[in-house]
Design a binder for this molecule. Sequence first.
Ligand SMILES: Cc1cn([C@H]2C[C@H](O)[C@@H](COP(=O)(O)OP(=O)(O)O[C@H]3O[C@@H](C)C(=O)[C@@H](O)[C@H]3O)O2)c(=O)[nH]c1=O
Length: 185
Amino acid sequence: MQMIQTSIPDVLLFEPKVFGDERGWFFESFRQDIFEQYAGCHRFVQDNEAFSRYGVLRGLHYQKPPYTQGKLVRVIQGSVLDVAVDVRKGSPTFGQYTAQLLSDQNHRIMWVPRGFAHGYAVLSETAIFSYKCDNYYAPSHDAGIRWNDPALGIDWRLPESDVSLSDKDQRQPMFHEIDPVVLTS
Ligand SMILES: Cc1cn([C@H]2C[C@H](O)[C@@H](COP(=O)(O)OP(=O)(O)O[C@H]3O[C@@H](C)C(=O)[C@@H](O)[C@H]3O)O2)c(=O)[nH]c1=O
């Protein structure tokens, strides 16, 4: 498992070693020891899986304190552009984002720490997205940012007319309207 730094020091990419043979392939998708070596100690308590069609954009989402969530995300099938936006109060990279291609070809796994808004856009015909969370879902503390806020300037690599959003995501506030996240742990 190789660790690749992104433009935001706390957001990490992991690229597993894939062992191919005549049967197919194998890789380790999670190892506590390697993950901890780079990202520190986190206790994962919830796993999620989502299926989406081409053009679906989920995000940008985060949970407010004290229910902030770190997410270890990957694609099981298909290809997505995965985005993490730093919303941590006082962070030197506050308001910056990193966008990474995650696919069933590169098998890359991204660590999105607490205090980041997260989203992804499906670039393939369909995609299955899977992630581990270090805190439980807390709908009362659900929060988000508008996916196409010009202040963020995210290139989602999709024509705007192809983007499909939930009702909730069509109404998310702009970046300047949110309260920066103050991490409690
Ligand atoms: C996220 C989540 C949703 N749900 C339910 C609530 C709702 O009825 C249905 C769909 O929820 P949403 O529309 O919020 O699903 P979705 O838009 O896929 O939300 C997810 O987006 C990505 C980008 C993330 O980073 C995740 O943390 C999460 O916010 O599933 C749970 O029961 N548990 C969960 O952990």
